[in-house]
Design a protein around this ligand. Sequence first.
Ligand code: PLP
Length: 441
Amino acid sequence: MSPDRTTPTERSEALIGRARAVTPGGVNSPVRAFSAVGGTPRFIRSARGAWLTDVDGNEYVDLICSWGPMLLGHAHPEVQAAVAAAVTRGTSFGAPTEQETELAEEIVARTPVDMVRFVSTGTEATMSAIRLARGFTGRDMVVKFAGCYHGHVDALLAAAGSGPATLAIPGTPGVPESATSLTLVLPYHDRAAVTEAFAVHGDRIACLITEAAPGNMGVIEPEPGFNEFLARTCREHGALFVSDEVMTGFRASKHGQWGIDGAVEGWRPDLMTFGKVMGGGFPAAAFGGRADVMRQLAPEGPVYQAGTLSGNPIATTAGLATLRLADDGVYDHLTKTGEVLKTAASEALGGAGVPHGIQSAGTMFSVFFTDRPVRDFADASSQDAGAYAAFFHAMLDAGVHLPPSAYEGWFLSSAHDDRAVQTVLDALPGAARAAAAAAGA
Ligand code: PLP
């Protein structure tokens, strides 16, 4: 595959044209539209291991991995076989199955939660966790951090407020102010803002929700003790600490981001949310936590929550097969492969004179197009989006599909082998030169 090729995109162009007529933007989740980087989104025909094949026959090393779920790469033979066998037994029953309990047991074994409830998406998981926190505490306010994404839950789509006492405004039309007026948005890592928010509103705050390690403004590792501080502050004020591990869960480490800081620092969240990896590429997500909190859910308790496809047998089969295969070797591979790519990306960008920084949380990492250390959303926003767009397209033309946004991590899988890594290494110098040419433009 020549790094200089010009990728043919006729079929993807035709398909996005057709799709735009019947689907807003032609996509079913906005980031797929390439709005931030321009150009034609590639329509994918198939994927295997670390590779995507688009409808024009181009092959790409996949550094999106479905935005996190594909920890073992695409079409993993053992996951595929488990799913194929499950499909022959029927695809949805609306009644409990053994696999649900097996997957719940696997999650309970890997994380500090006592119990879990399955849902279909990460959005449902955070939405339900917040309802449960409100039901359990009898309070109404929620604290979140600017730049942390918890799905498109009305109450969590709040724009960044400018201080702890500022009540947030809606981040999108369609979310009434009443839905976000009970949400406080604070700058990430700002302990003083957290302390002040709890000092002012402590008796009204049901929960504080945070990404265990932010991954939706690029990857930011929480400073040592930060999550512990949040957990302690919540406890002191009778609020619940909700750790969103939809992205980091079973990816940042075998035990998620909690395995990196919580297990060491000795705290545990009251509630956690999971998704992505635990669904093995199918729609499955979960929320879980302390038994006394979880038992407030219907049918044991009064807090209502339900789902026609929750705990779907195909999704739980895929998730269980994935988690059972996700052993220490998988995480070692992600760590080692990540180190190779981080070093190479830094050398290439540094050699071309492109301001950049690389940050990690466990096996997750991202390349920021700014040389300012990124501790919060304001830092992340200082990136040179034009340089990233040029870099992204040069990588794409050289056969590497990065996330079409500078605010995302580069996702790896256990299937990223030497050939995939070499393709990325070959692509980096040219892409760095393209970024340098576009920098500051
Ligand atoms: N929470 C986090 C940390 C996420 O990264 C995401 C999605 O990217 C969600 C929640 C929402 O998950 P979903 O897209 O499955 O609704």
